[in-house]
Ligand binder design. Structure first.
Ligand code: GDP
Length: 460
């Protein structure tokens, strides 16, 4: 996520760090580097101009010359200005006074609307809401079925038009590729909301059709739906990877449908992503959510301040803490701490518990990506194969409870049985046990010598 931009900015600040005092030419050079980094990341030109202008003005002002550490002060200014272009304050969803709250999704085809519908519904459900999805994308042959699958995954009901009435479905509901819609998305949306009201769902998410490119019919349809259902929020979903076209697309949707907030999708991709950074500034609409993968939990509330510090590679410690609090059981955590301090052996059972907690936080990659300094380890992070953990877990699960708690007792024949049970090779089991033994030793040493110091903030 914003990897190259992050690298470039970190590099710029690294050069600055050695300076006690900043001359005008230091500031100019820094601003020039920032400008290039932003342009290379596809941030829209007008946004780059405002941004660098503001940074330069402030960097030459008293705030920096009087600072104890001018370089750090510049990082802070860049951070502040990033927060500003990202929309400033975190903006939560606005709920209707009279339920149901109606949320309409708009965006190009493939931008990630349907996927988002599921994530948003899942997230709302976790907060105690009772969302319902409405399939008003009658354009794409499989869209209704896809939304039904997404709804199932999120555990929320989906209101879909009668089979036989819509694109891609014949009378028995089988998909027919390539057929076109004759259904009426406005009527479906209206009926969906009526159904939600009748069944007392407090939030309705309406998934609408997109096209591959902005076109008038599409805009008209979305505008018609909007007019018919007067949504409380219209969320414009945009693929963070579409580059410079993002600004144009956003402007077209702003004019054609208008929206109240933006959702950045596919932020997990290694794209330059900077165009997405321009969207809030160019449209004046806040970025409200970020989508970071294909799973139903790969979704987060967008916090401009945290995103800025992530881009500056200060890690997103706050998000991490919040997610960890949700995922970790306090009693379990206390038990782990006790064991650790008592220098008791860390067992495979502990390991399984921790893995389960991490998995609850989302994909391991996204968890690791939020740690400070991970920007510098992005190659390793990119190469990281999530399935590796599944293989390890399979081996651990093939162990008996005795073996999990006494790894040292796992002899040759036990190893062969574990390998067989998990579909791994004996040498993979050997490797796992070896690495586990080392980790156990390391944890003991740490427990004796106290915790290792927190890693310093990179780039500072
Ligand atoms: P729609 O046409 O706007 O409804 O888009 P979809 O929800 O069907 O998404 C298009 C494709 O992008 C699908 O293959 C999704 O699995 C994928 N996708 C959606 N959101 C994300 C995301 O945040 N990250 C990644 N990597 N893929 C995503």
């Amino acid at each position: 996520m914003f990897n190259s931009l992050s690298d470039r900015l970190t590099e710029t600040f690294r050069n600055l760090r050695t300076k006690g005092r900043l001359s005008e030419s230091d500031v100019n050079k820094t601003v020039r580097d920032i400008r290039l980094a932003l342009l290379d990341a596809d941030v829209a030109l007008p946004v780059v101009k405002t941004f660098t202008h503001n940074v330069r003005e402030r960097a030459l002002g008293a705030e920096v010359s009087e600072a104890l550490n001018p370089a750090q002060q510049v990082v802070k200014i860049v951070n502040d200005e990033l927060v500003t272009i990202l929309g400033g304050e975190t903006r939560g969803l606005r709920f209707a006074k009279q339920p149901p709250t109606v949320i309409m999704l708009a965006g190009l085809q493939g931008s990630g609307k349907t996927t988002l519908a599921g994530k948003l519904a899942f997230w709302l459900k976790e907060q105690g809401h009772t969302p319902m999805l409405v399939a008003a994308d009658l354009q794409r042959p499989n869209a209704v079925t896809q939304l039904e699958v997404v709804g199932q995954r999120a555990g929320v009901p989906v209101f879909a038009p009668e089979r036989g009435n819509i694109a891609g479905h014949d009378a028995v509901g089988a998909d027919i590729e390539g057929t076109r819609s004759h259904g009426d998305p406005v009527a479906v949306s209206r009926n969906g909301i009526a159904e939600a009201r009748a069944k007392q769902h407090d939030v309705v998410i309406v998934d609408t059709a997109g096209r591959l490119a902005v076109d008038e019919n599409l805009m008209q349809q979305a505008a018609d739906i909007r007019a018919a259902i007067t949504p409380d929020e219209v969320l414009f979903v945009i693929d963070a990877m579409i580059g410079q076209a993002a600004v144009e697309t956003a402007e077209a949707f702003l004019e054609g449908v208008d929206f109240t907030g933006v959702v950045l999708s596919k932020l997990d991709g290694d794209a330059r992503g900077g165009a997405a950074l321009s969207v809030a500034e160019v449209t004046g609409r806040p970025i409200m959510f970020a989508s970071t993968g294909e799973g139903v939990k790969d979704f987060e509330v967008f916090h401009p301040d945290r995103m800025a510090s992530r881009i500056l590679d200060m890690g997103d410690v706050l998000t991490l803490i919040e997610q960890a609090e949700k995922a970790f059981d306090r009693a379990q955590a206390a038990e782990m701490e006790r064991k650790f301090l008592a220098a008791e052996d860390f067992t495979f059972d502990d390991f399984l518990q921790q893995m389960a907690a991490i998995k609850k936080m989302g994909s391991l990659k996204s968890v690791l990506g939020m740690m400070p300094g991970m920007g510098q380890m992005k190659a390793q992070l990119d190469a990281f194969d999530e399935r590796e953990f599944d293989r390890v877990e399979a081996m651990v699960r093939s162990m008996t409870p005795f073996e999990r708690n006494h790894p040292k007792q796992i002899n040759g024949s036990r190893r062969a049985r574990i390998a067989k049970g998990s579909g791994a090779s004996t040498s993979e089991v050997n490797q796992l046990l070896e690495r586990f033994g080392e980790a156990q030793k390391m944890m003991k040493q740490m427990a004796k010598g106290g915790m290792p110091g927190m890693p310093g903030m990179p780039g500072m």
